[in-house]
Design a protein around this ligand. Structure first.
Ligand SMILES: Nc1nc2c(ncn2[C@@H]2O[C@H](COP(=O)(O)OP(=O)(O)O)[C@@H](O)[C@H]2O)c(=O)[nH]1
Ligand SMILES: [Mg+2]
Length: 325
């Protein structure tokens, strides 16, 4: 494709041209110099999509559930975007191919856009790229954006915090329910799915989770959201309408109690600081190499302490630097 100006790409994306959507995501993903103008051009059209994050251990059924949700939302007439974020497999290998195959039933549906995030060489990585890709899909008019991430690590937790609704999947056995509670997953989950409910032990897992939830209930302004636990058999579509309902209820609850608004502000805050941190890193790596070398020599020689050196490097005043004690 001839390289179009960013505003033209944004116009085309908003008209529903998938190639323009894909191109814009590539631009923000690569942290290309035009990321800035992409973000500026998108800004007026963002804020409408409902972002749903799905996380859980590999093999728990995230892709299958995502695909089933795409079908459910399409049946409701909503346009659906999917971002598959998997930092553990930056090269498009088997897992992504599997996802493509599973998503095959939605291929050719103009109301569905599916994309795997690549993060190779991206300064700031997923923390910067994912929210920008969400903005592209949001501005392009996708009513619902599903973000599939591999659970466990901090960056996945960060990504789940970007979502309006965080869905955590567990499967029976494997102590997954208890694992989830331990790993602090309980804190980020808005809705639980016990997938593979066709397997032994599903009822136990549901019970364990409900018990853990009753102990760790969250309170927001005196109202509490009790995370629902939805049993599902994703390949058969079982439990998917209950999941859609649970997501709807969470959305309505968030709108009524301010949780939705707070989440959106937290997302914007995370987005800004991820960009700022990446910018500082770029500045240091590209433009302050000599200063860094000199400071390193001084710290090595013991003539300057590393906090002081870091202050010099970022040009910060002593007050805004971390405590030196
Ligand atoms: N028995 C059973 N298998 C399932 C269920 N959901 C997914 N699977 C299978 O589990 C495997 C992993 O599913 P996938 O959606 O790729 O998991 P992901 O790694 O979390 O995205 C696939 O072979 C699915 O067909 C379920 O509810 N029951
Ligand atoms: Mg998957």
């Amino acid at each position: 494709m001839r390289e179009l100006p960013v505003v033209e790409l944004v116009d085309r994306a908003r008209e529903g041209q998938p190639r323009a959507v894909a191109r814009l995501i590539s631009l923000v993903e690569a942290a290309s110099p035009s990321s800035r103008s992409v973000a500026a051009a998108l800004a007026p059209f963002t804020g409408r999509a409902l972002v749903i994050g799905l996380t859980g251990s590999p093999g728990v059924g995230k892709s299958t559930t995502t695909s089933a949700l795409v079908g459910a939302y399409r049946a409701l007439g909503r346009k659906v975007g999917v971002l598959a974020v998997d930092p553990s497999s930056p090269f498009s290998g088997g897992a992504l191919l599997g996802d493509r195959v599973r998503m095959g039933e939605h291929a050719g549906d103009p109301g569905v856009f599916i994309r795997s995030m690549a993060t190779r060489g991206h300064l700031g990585g997923l923390a910067v790229a994912t929210p920008q890709a969400l903005r592209v899909l949001d501005a392009a008019g996708f009513d619902v954006v599903l973000v599939e991430t591999v659970g466990v690590g901090q960056s996945e937790v960060d990504i789940m915090r970007l979502a309006d609704c965080a869905v955590v999947l567990v499967a029976p056995g494997m102590g997954d329910g208890i694992q989830a509670a331990k790993a602090g997953i309980l804190e980020i989950a808005d809705v639980f799915v016990v997938n593979k409910a066709d397997r032994d032990g599903a009822e136990t897992t549901v019970r364990e989770l409900r018990h853990a939830i009753s102990l760790g209930r969250r309170e927001i302004r005196g109202a509490s959201w009790r995370q629902p636990v939805v049993p599902a058999v994703a390949p058969r579509g079982e439990g998917i309408s209950a999941l859609v309902e649970a997501i709807d209820e969470h959305h309505a609850w968030g709108l009524a109690h301010g949780g939705f608004e707070r989440r959106r502000l937290a997302r914007a805050r995370a987005e800004i600081s991820a960009i700022a941190v990446a910018a500082v890193r770029v500045r240091i790596e590209r433009f302050q190499g000599e200063l860094l070398d000199r400071l390193a020599a001084e710290v090595g020689a013991g003539t300057v302490d590393p906090y002081r050196a870091a202050d010099d490097l970022i040009g910060a005043s002593g007050e805004s630097a971390p405590p030196q004690g």
